[in-house]
Design a protein around this ligand. Structure first.
Ligand code: BGC
Length: 760
């Protein structure tokens, strides 16, 4: 029976409201304790209070609409997003915990994606480290900073597998591979949430965007996704399942139609798979305005229909659209929605608030926030993690590392001295870019006198980003063609005067990320033309790439002797680039996504199934008559200033029984002259089965450091988890008694091979 109670809760239950007295929770409450508190709260809530908890309000106002204050006073929202100022967090929280009837604290959510004050490389960069501890550490520091400032909940990690580089949000994830993606997803959850949900200095994490958002038709953001169950389960789900296993407290549903049913109102996805199969017990939030969009997408008839169907499908919180707030209470009163359904969602949200310790400590401490945000140790970590993220794509005749004795260097390109583009996409509201640029990093390393700079013609999106409206300050006017031409000439002149040229080119921050798809993957603007003019000078040229996606660099790869992929390297990016270019640090990153030769090859990924004309067969050449069909730089590729030799690939046994694990070992030797890191990668291929299997699948990796001459034996275990797959023929997970190829090596084209037989 529904209870309407106007009395305030007993203080023992709420304990809220005093910033000074409250202490952070230092150990997690038991499930029973959480349940008791949630039950007690729920018993005091009106239907309207409950709907409030399922509604997330925007902290900024759109089109002159009022802010959330009045609604919060009425208990009209349980969570607020898009606020990023400690004073304002506290002011809004004060309304909730001191002025609203039930005094339930607000949950503040924000996109803390790759750093809060200290900015780390964008996620595709951190995934390039092939070192989950990079992501974990960055998330831990971001959590500490953001939590101190007053944020409770980050809309991260984004764990969407992305195999189409045209899709701009490939920048926000771990690339094309489910196995690498799963490792990076779990690492971020550990980093953001810590050892348990509610651990001090940590955030509630959110695995997004569930699911298969990265498979948008044509790489166009938000476009529908048609994907088989096989591909969902074998490719797109594993990072989400890994996040769930790691204890992530929330999920965000994706915007788009998934096989014609929007992900945010898809009962199979949100109830059957997420809760039923994976046992996820946290809550699910829609993407921004996603519930209202169910009408725009021609799925729901109207807001009422949208609210009923989203809630019914298993969505717990409506982000910013007001659709739950407007419709749910009436739906219950009409009997169209059962209050028990609402209670179920409210319970999940309140349980998270209890676990986070918000009732004990609803406020942020402004003095502490200032101290945490000023911590300079975080910058040192940003430099180290950026160093680990960089991928050396090409290094002809060992042009790199550069010698400090260089007489003069010209640093050319529109990204060389841009703080915002060095930090990259997804900066939190109000963040002032403060990165060390590549130009600054090189000047710090070589002394300003030796380093000349010219940006060349500007690059900009032909269609501006709607996110530009959120960036404060005046927008620079578009460069005129004449000014662009003058900048081009000046860049070539500057290059002429130097002993060596470092071209810093790629994409600006707003060219990847949300609503930033591209139909072509070449260097935008006149960058390639400028690079050609510089290469024609006959000087050594190093290309430092900055951006958020794999690019099609066929000409550059053929004509520029050294190429370093720096992604968007964050606060200390310029120093980290200099560290790598001058060999203070030996690069060890590897590509988490295939680089195509030409845009038209996309989507291009290594783990495809084979055809009746397999790679290597004479007929295979016919794939594209304009040129090779293979990648320019394969998945897993990345060079070093040293070399590595692989030998002694051994299986503990050539045969293994179904359900039993076998160990695989290989000796890796640093056969070059300097210390370096290698990412040892294991791929397998099931030769036959109830369904066709990919030509290769990553099933193990390990980043190791070796001194010159040193050898390390690296071992992997292949068990049922690695050897099973979801069979579209059987329509279930299977492990089959079949023959397997195993390869171990430096990238996805590894040649060192062994046979494995799985037997009954
Ligand atoms: C994005 C999400 C993000 C949300 C809140 C949406 O537009 O798709 O990734 O978390 O906004 O800012």
């Amino acid at each position: 029976m529904r209870r309407h109670c106007n009395a305030v809760l007993p203080t023992a239950l709420l304990l809220a409201a005093s910033a000074a007295a409250a202490q952070p929770v230092s150990s997690p409450p038991s499930d029973a304790q959480v349940k008791a508190r949630v039950d007690a709260l729920l018993g005091q809530m009106t239907l309207e209070d409950k709907v409030g908890q399922l509604s997330q309000a925007a902290g900024i106002s759109f089109g002159g609409a009022p802010g959330p204050e009045e609604s919060l006073r009425r208990g009209g929202a349980g969570s607020v997003l898009w606020v990023n100022e400690t004073k304002r967090f506290n002011a809004l929280q004060k309304i909730a915990v001191e002025e609203s009837r039930l005094k339930i604290p607000l949950l503040f959510g924000l996109d803390v994606i790759h750093g809060y004050r200290t900015i780390f490389p964008i996620p595709i960069g951190m995934a390039s480290s092939w070192d989950p501890s990079v992501h974990e550490r960055a998330a831990e520091i971001a959590a500490r900073e953001a939590r101190a400032a007053g944020v409770h909940w980050t809309f991260a990690p984004m764990v969407d597998v992305a195999r189409d580089a045209r899709w701009g949000r490939i920048a926000e994830g771990a690339g094309e591979d489910p196995y690498l993606g799963a490792a990076m997803a779990a690492a971020q959850v550990r980093g953001f949430q810590g050892p348990y949900l509610g651990a001090p200095d940590r955030l509630l994490a959110c695995a997004k965007h569930f699911a298969a958002y990265g498979k948008a038709d044509g790489g166009r953001d938000y476009d529908p996704v048609y994907v088989s169950e096989t591909e969902l389960r074998n490719v797109y789900f594993p990072p989400f399942a890994a996040a769930a296993r790691a204890g992530v407290g929330s999920f965000m549903s994706a915007y788009m139609d998934l096989n014609d049913v929007p992900a945010g109102a898809n009962p199979w996805l949100l109830r059957d798979v997420l809760r039923g199969e994976w046992g996820f017990s946290g809550f699910v939030v829609s993407d921004a305005f996603g519930t209202a969009n169910l009408v725009t997408q021609h799925f729901a008839r109207d807001g009422r229909d949208a609210a009923a169907r989203a809630l019914g499908a298993g969505l717990d919180m409506d982000m910013a659209s007001g659709t739950f707030a407007k419709n749910l209470a009436a739906l219950v009163k009409d009997g169209a929605v059962k209050e028990a359904q609402i209670d179920e969602a409210v319970r999940r949200i309140l349980a998270v608030k209890v676990r986070l310790g918000l009732f004990e400590q609803p406020y942020a401490d402004e003095a502490r926030a200032a101290a945490v945000l000023a911590d300079s140790k975080s910058r040192a970590e940003a430099r180290r993690l950026a160093q680990r993220s960089m991928v050396l794509l090409k290094n002809e005749r060992q042009l790199l590392p550069l010698k400090a004795s260089l007489a003069s260097v010209a640093v050319i390109g529109p990204l060389a001295d841009s703080k915002a583009d060095t930090e990259g996409s997804w900066m939190v509201f109000g963040h002032v870019p403060a990165a060390v640029t590549v130009l600054e990093g090189l000047r710090a390393r070589l002394g300003s006198a030796k380093v000349a700079h010219a940006p060349g013609p500007e690059i900009r999106r032909e269609v501006p980003s709607f996110f530009d409206d959120f960036i404060p300050g005046p927008k620079p006017p578009k460069q005129t063609p004449e000014a662009g031409e003058a900048a081009f000439r000046q860049a070539v002149e500057t290059a002429k005067g130097a002993e060596l040229v470092i071209a810093v080119m790629g994409e600006r921050a707003d060219m990847s990320g949300e609503a930033a798809s591209r139909a072509s993957l070449e260097l935008p603007g006149r960058q390639q033309e400028l690079l050609k003019a510089i290469v024609a000078l006959g000087k050594p040229v190093v290309l430092v790439l900055m951006g958020g996606r794999p690019l099609a660099l066929e000409w550059e790869a053929a004509n520029v002797p050294a190429i370093l992929e720096a992604w968007q390297p964050g606060s200390e990016g310029g120093h980290a680039v200099a560290d790598v270019l001058f060999g203070d640090v030996n690069p060890g990153g590897k590509l988490p996504a295939t680089f195509p030769r030409r845009s038209g090859q996309t989507p291009l990924y290594y783990a495809h199934t084979t055809t009746h004309q397999p790679e290597g067969s004479p007929m295979y050449r016919s794939r594209y008559w304009e040129g090779p069909a293979e990648a320019l730089y394969p998945f897993g590729h990345g060079l070093s200033y040293t070399s590595f030799a692989y030998s002694n690939l051994k299986l503990a046994a050539p045969q293994v029984k179904l359900g039993v694990a076998v160990s695989v070992s290989v000796d890796v030797t640093n056969s070059g002259g300097v210390a370096g890191d290698e990412v040892v990668q294991l791929y397998l291929h099931q030769k036959a089965g109830s369904a066709s299997r990919p030509v290769r699948e990553l099933k193990g990796f390990k980043r190791i450091s070796l001194k010159p001459g040193e050898t390390q034996t690296v071992s992997f275990s292949l068990g049922p988890d690695e050897l099973r797959y979801w069979s579209s023929f059987e329509r279930r997970w299977v492990q089959e008694a079949e023959a397997f190829d195993i390869w171990v090596g430096t990238d996805s084209t590894a040649k060192l091979h062994a046979d494995l037989a799985v037997v009954r």
